[in-house]
Ligand binder design. Sequence first.
Ligand code: ATP
Length: 234
Amino acid sequence: MEVVLEINELNKIYKNGLGIRDISLNICRGDIFGLLGANGSGKTTVMKVITGLMKADSGDVKIFGHSINTQYEKAMKNVGCMIETPESYPYLTAYENLKQISRYYDYIDNIRIDEVLDIVGILKYKNEKTKNFSLGMKQRLGIATAILSNPKLVILDEPLNGLDVDGMVAMRNLIRKLSDEEGTTFLISSHLIHDVELTCNRVGVIFNGKLINEDYTSNILRDYSTLENYFISE
Ligand code: ATP
């Protein structure tokens, strides 16, 4: 099985002593990997460090075999991500926002932009300025931005945040469709057990900055009562 994302003994500790410790993890091609943990467990920190938004104290990350420390551009070439709240240009329309990003890629045409807006369910709002968008619509635009270039690895921080029930179902279907049809690999984070149960084939449980378990979703969920202990503070 081709390893797409390889994380080795990653550490990032903030000045207040919080952060992530000794995270090691392999994610394989086609996986929909869920990083599951309560608020404050370290999910966003993991995602920021592996995408180079934040520098690790120690450890290494390889994406498609390229280290983010020494070959950052190559490592990130086929990666799309949305970390924390999605940002957009508020005075541009949804379409113009994606058009702006498409300039970095010579193979993204106007049809692809419409296609992606349709995939995430906001095509009918394509000519509205994003300052008028609800949180759920911004979330959808953020995901559209992440998948626009048809990346092979997509990293999404809490992708279902801000979505209504229909939006959640649509987003799960979208993730599974891209995984099945395009072979896209996903790393997504969630603080909801049910979320990863419905979306992911593998799960890593993060608690107080440490990865305490990692396995197929069915194995992780087998001991549900132990799993729930990691969410008691919620
Ligand atoms: P959430 O779901 O609430 O976003 P998370 O699992 O993504 O949580 P992180 O945002 O990675 O968790 O935060 C991990 C821990 O580090 C938390 O206790 C958080 O308060 C702390 N933390 C995050 N960013 C900083 C920072 N810049 N300085 C100090 N502490 C931080």
